[in-house]
Write a protein that binds this ligand. Structure first.
Ligand SMILES: C[S@@+](CC[C@H](N)C(=O)[O-])C[C@H]1O[C@@H](n2cnc3c(N)ncnc32)[C@H](O)[C@@H]1O
Length: 228
């Protein structure tokens, strides 16, 4: 039987509060991403951003279970947004150091508030453009055990950010990429990453692509249907 985690119920209340939050925040254009759907005005309601950008319960529960399983010490997230996925990552292993990067100051402020409200003391949010802040984070992380790449969903930044992460991986590292089939560019980014020498095994869950680096095993690519 599937194990029940009370933390997951607790985090539902954060989602609920975001759904009810009608206040306006400012949109900052940091590149493509899930915003590419219809064009948004400069001022946006928090609940609109939550609906468009935060991952679903099914996706964040998967992140939670993966962190529980792999017990990473150092976790990196690109794209905090309102901190929904960050909370799942941080709650799954309270001993892990979670670094999360966000470029929109209004989103970062709301996420920070939530991290305090939900008593997570293991998150460091680095604010600014990932093109600059990723290096800062990587300098602080001794070994990258787990990463969730969910920021700018386009070919160049995805491949570039992934390559930067490679500098600190170990044989047990797990890197998850979001939206691997979202656009032809993201399909291409996924294929480029799969072909990299350092990449040994991948799992395509359609929404997420999971990358493993275990040496000494044949390079293999799996496609799985994840029902949640
Ligand atoms: C899809 S949202 C992240 C959702 C979040 N991981 C969750 O599920 O709760 C992508 C986020 O990445 C941020 N972002 C995109 N490109 C960025 C960049 N170059 N630098 C910093 N932040 C960026 C956006 O502001 C947005 O908040």
């Amino acid at each position: 039987m599937r194990k029940k985690y009370y933390t997951l119920d607790e985090l539902k209340s954060y989602r609920q509060s975001l759904k009810q939050n009608n206040s306006e925040i400012t949109l900052v254009d940091l590149g493509a991403g899930s915003f590419n759907k219809p064009t948004l005005p400069k001022q946006v309601r928090v609940n609109t951003i939550h609906k468009r950008s935060s991952h679903s319960e099914k996706d964040t529960e998967l992140l939670y279970r993966l962190v529980l399983h792999f017990q990473p010490n150092h976790i990196l997230e690109l794209g905090t947004c309102l901190g929904v996925s960050t909370l799942y990552l941080a709650k799954a292993n309270k001993k892990a150091n979670v670094y999360t990067l966000e470029g929109n100051p209004d989103y970062a402020a709301l996420a920070r508030k939530a991290f305090i409200q939900y008593q997570t003391h293991n998150i460091t949010l680095i604010e600014g453009n990932i093109h600059q802040t990723l290096k800062i984070a990587m300098d602080r992380i001794p070994s990258l055990d787990f990463a969730f790449l969910d920021a700018h969903h386009a070919y160049e930044p995805t491949v570039q950010f992934f390559k930067t992460c490679l500098a600190k991986i170990n044989e047990h590292s797990v890197i998850i990429l979001d939206d691997i089939h979202w656009s032809p560019e993201m399909e291409r980014a996924w294929e480029t990453i799969k072909a990299m020498e350092e990449v040994k095994q991948t799992i395509d869950l359609f929404q997420f692509g999971i990358v493993f680096f275990k040496p000494g095993q044949v390079k293999e690519h799996f496609v799985l249907r994840y029902m949640g």
